[in-house]
Write a protein that binds this ligand. Structure first.
Ligand code: MG
Ligand code: MG
Length: 259
């Protein structure tokens, strides 16, 4: 069952999504070599609670923390731990909040210190994939148009597109229908209509598309151990252009101040 949202519900999802962006910006201030992902998780949990919201991932399906922190070859669903980040790492920080009955869900992959040119390009292309996906997200288009846009751009840069994990509908539940794969064929899949809210989240690997799950039961890593990048926005399907409900603006303000 697909839930289409009213204007009022979309505005509530926007507020949740923007709180996720502000949380990621707060976390961004602390990201540097020597800091652990568990330290970052504490920052996020406190910030979310201070803003009257509930960490959306904490306890979700038994997940132990408020953030998914996925370092280097980890794609998604990494569990925060005590290991210090080191110069040259990348870390995907995925965050969800529940506020006023609606979820927000957004992710950003951060550089720790100075990363290689090769990895910087992976981050740029993954973000471009997300933007191309958002361009395809409009009433009358199909879910396959989104997947095609991501896959085509990633693969034409020589990267692997993860198949096992996908974007999703978003609302009163963190994961709603439909699934939003990052691969696909134009003109195929569910036809989008106004009121549909999607979390679009390309997961792009520097190497092959293949992934495996670690024995912790959560962390997904690339099979070839090469780095993977992940960015996620929440969008509302409208007549014409999608409305992006989440924002990287606060995050990028922090990053620009750092550099
Ligand atoms: Mg997410
Ligand atoms: Mg998501």
């Amino acid at each position: 069952m697909i839930f289409y949202k009213t204007r009022e519900e979309i505005e509530r999802i926007r507020i949740s999504s923007l709180l996720v962006g502000k949380t990621l910006a707060e976390v961004a201030k602390s990201i540097k070599p020597g800091v652990s992902t568990l330290d970052l998780d504490k920052v996020a949990e406190e910030f979310i609670k201070d803003h009257g919201a509930v960490p959306g991932f904490l306890g979700y399906g038994g997940f132990p923390n408020s953030l998914c922190t996925s370092v280097n070859e980890a794609v998604v669903h990494g569990i925060p731990n005590n290991k210090p980040l080191v110069n040259g790492d990348i870390v995907s920080i995925d965050c969800g909040v529940l506020l006023d009955e609606f979820y927000g869900d957004s992710a950003y992959t951060f550089e720790v210190g100075e990363v290689s040119k090769e990895v910087k390009k992976l981050l740029d292309v993954t973000k471009e994939c997300l933007n191309l996906a958002i361009e395809q997200s409009c009433s009358g288009n199909r879910i396959g148009d989104i997947g095609y846009a991501v896959q085509n751009h990633a693969e034409s840069n020589g990267y692997g597109v993860v198949r096992e994990l996908v974007g999703h509908g978003l609302g009163r539940s963190l994961h709603e229908k439909p699934e939003v794969p990052n691969y696909g064929r134009r003109g195929r899949g569910h036809k989008m209509k106004p009121g549909l809210v999607l979390a679009i989240e390309p997961m792009i690997n520097l190497g092959t598309k293949n992934v495996v799950q670690l024995s912790d039961g959560w962390t997904i890593v690339t099979k070839d151990k090469k780095p993977s990048a992940h960015f996620e926005h929440d969008v509302a399907i409208m007549q014409g252009k999608a409305e992006v409900l989440s924002s990287f603006e606060e995050i990028e303000k922090v990053l620009n101040n750092k550099s």
